[in-house]
Design a protein around this ligand. Sequence first.
Ligand code: BES
Ligand code: MN
Ligand code: ZN
Length: 508
Amino acid sequence: MDIRIVADGIQNREDELIVVNLFEDVQTPGGATGAVDQALNGAIREAIAAGDLRGKKGEVLVLYPRGAIPADRVAVVGLGPQESFSLQAVREAAATAARKARELGVRSFSSIVHGAGAGGFALDVASQAVVEGTILGLYRYLELKNKPPDRLDPETFTLVQFDPDKVAEVEAGALAGEIVAEAACLARDLVNRPSNYATPTDLAELAMEIAGEFDEMRCQILSEEDADELEMGAFLGVAQGSDEPAAFIVLEHKPERPDLDTVVIVGKGITFDTGGISLKPSEKMDRMRGDMGGGAAVLAAMYAVGQLDLSLHVVGLVPATENMPSGQAYKPGDVLEAMNGKTIEVISTDAEGRLILADALAYAAQFKPRAVVDLATLTGACVVALGRGVAAGLFGTDEELSSRLQSASEASGERVWPMPLYDDYLDKIESLTADLSNSGGRDGGVGTSAMFLKQFADGYPWAHVDIAGMAFEERPGGPKRPPYLQKGGTGFGVRLLVQFLRDWAAEG
Ligand code: BES
Ligand code: MN
Ligand code: ZN
């Protein structure tokens, strides 16, 4: 979709559809909505008075100006109550409007920047949110369907800003929004893409392509032999059951400046999790193609980092492998030795994510990073604790790092909630035969998984985000699901990571 910015009054736009907005319970709209209403001889006020338009979230009313203004159609989208207004409401309103545009078969539409006027948000921030909502709202996964969809996406989206002096601010926000939302759509594609189309080799090739687009990005793919050389016994233990070659992906954005901080982002890249010998039940197992949701977020965030050309040294690590049962597979009771020399007793081969992350976290130390953040669809226990689609669990060893992530979470709308790393959890993963075991059982399963990872995150500030409940959307469409989410991959973590990295690059 082509995104344009123009300086104009929205009521003057000649387009197939123009979009304005309304807060809940406003009787007489002001600003751009008021200007359109006046040009339409009070048609919007009349709809409000008739009770057909209330400004509720998710609501959208389409009016036909019949020549009163140059546009063919006007959509008024609800912003919800002004008291609880947020950037999230901006994203939702933009997504609702964009979906309506597509439903109407509109090829080109224009919108004001929701949230900037009476909403009180800075123009660049609001513009970013509008573009994010628009792109994310229109997302569909179609690459393996032969039949084209009934309605095509609009080709052009124009943001309209009345004051020519403020156009540059809209442009800056819109560009950032486009980069980050397109990256999130890439992560969604990777999660939705079946495991036979998104193998570790496929992810590695994608990482190479991403690096190839930017002068300051390098990609290194460590093969199983390379991993063996590095003594990544935990990663290789998981990989040994699969006939599909594993790949340990290293992407590095390194601007030629010696003074930059180094931040490492790590993503779990299990391209399919059968559970291995500790086999999962087959019902809904197809969802486990999304067990590389953390890795997808890291690859996509690196793509955004390259486009934004951040003044920061960013390393992306994705240990990628299938977790399969086979004659070669690792077995419960086996002991693996991770790269840092720690030995791990395998209690469950289904607790594979922490094993591949153990080696990735140990590998990260060589970069002498100021911070390491990992994202992983790690535990069902996290979903039990926080709920599906509600929030990701945030663990960390460093207050400042955790608070940076919480700020990025608030700005991006991707929720994280702090969870404890009590030493008690370490007692639960004691092993009879090795330094640690890879499972502490059911109770406190999210805490023991994070405490396990902590044993490998040595020598740098570290944070872990458990996204098991967030990477894959299951709710049916309707009022219970935000309009910028579709069933399947959500791209969760991309906006969080990019916001976190942008803030770090800007503020140090
Ligand atoms: N990939 C799963 C966790 C998961 C569950 C992600 C549901 C998304 C939705 C992970 O590898 C796993 O199987 N974890 C086990 C750990 C247990 C064996 C200690 C779990 O949560 O049951
Ligand atoms: Mn598993
Ligand atoms: Zn898994």
